[in-house]
Design a protein around this ligand. Structure first.
Ligand code: PEP
Length: 263
């Protein structure tokens, strides 16, 4: 069974007090643990403050970024071990803002992905095409290459251990208010599952969660989560509002039992 993973990427938003406040309000309204997994991904700077709030609760802690080296003269960077020490459970790699604004290559994303799973942390590998690439019918080619390069050094053991999550995030849908239709998302997710099957075999591929990200919100969560290969949501803007985020979590709880992918 693939349990939905609902994760809120807070990006470069919220000061320390606001981060604590948002985490506090989410924790207060979280449904009983178990049905779905829920996590928040604050700025690295506020990981410790948020960790203190969610300690003892089912809310998980993620990090937005990491460097691939273990230690040394890499000013401004943080290692996977540092994140683990901070109580982080999973790390984003390949988010489109890091690829397209900060210039991260597929190869760099692949190195980060390897470093994350080598440390025993969970990896959320983000992939997705730009609008221009979609218009040129290059979606599957781009996503396929991002999967291949991103996972080049992520072996089946990591995937089987549940350390691997993919997030399909069409760049044109991130922060734009545009959402991929459920059919567009399902088509991309099914393609990603095929790529995962080629690499890891059917059983492992069937166990890997593929999240959708791109202007997901309470109003469209149920329809997206009803798709066979959509196993959760990675949420930006809507995750900054406790009620909206909890609304998505509740939609996921309602959708989980009827989800076509539950074995
Ligand atoms: C994201 O940044 O991963 C994202 C999906 O953002 P938004 O929900 O704001 O589109």
């Amino acid at each position: 069974m693939r349990k939905f993973l609902i994760a809120g990427n807070w990006k470069m938003n919220l000061n320390r007090a606001e981060s604590v406040d948002l985490a506090t309000r989410i924790v207060a309204k979280m449904p009983a643990p178990g049905a779905v997994e829920v996590g928040v991904i604050p700025t690295l700077l506020h990981l410790e403050a948020v960790r203190q709030v969610i300690r003892g609760h089912s809310l998980q802690l993620g990090a937005q970024n990491v460097y691939f080296e273990k230690k040394g003269a890499f000013t401004g960077e943080v290692s996977p071990a540092m994140l683990k020490d901070m109580g982080v459970q999973y790390v984003l790699a390949g988010h489109s803002e890091r690829r397209h604004i900060l210039g991260e290559s597929d190869e760099l994303v692949g190195k980060k992905a390897h470093a994350v799973v080598a440390e025993g942390l969970g990896l959320i590998l983000c992939v997705g095409e730009t609008l221009d690439q979609r218009k040129k019918s290059e979606t599957m080619e781009i996503v396929g290459r991002q999967i291949e390069t991103g996972l080049a050094q992520v072996d089946a053991a990591a995937a089987q251990a549940g350390h691997l999550v993919i997030a399909y995030e069409p760049v044109w849908a991130i922060g734009t208010g545009l959402t991929a239709t459920a059919a567009q998302a399902q088509e991309a997710h099914a393609f990603i599952r095929t790529k995962l099957t080629e690499k890891y075999g059917r059983d492992t591929a069937e166990s890997i969660r593929i999240q959708y990200g791109g202007s997901a919100k309470k109003a469209n969560a149920a329809e997206l989560l009803a798709q066979k290969d959509i196993d959760g949501l990675l949420i930006g803007g809507a995750s900054l509002m406790a009620d909206e985020f909890i609304g998505i979590v509740l939609a996921a709880v309602a959708a989980q039992s009827g989800h076509g992918n539950v074995a």
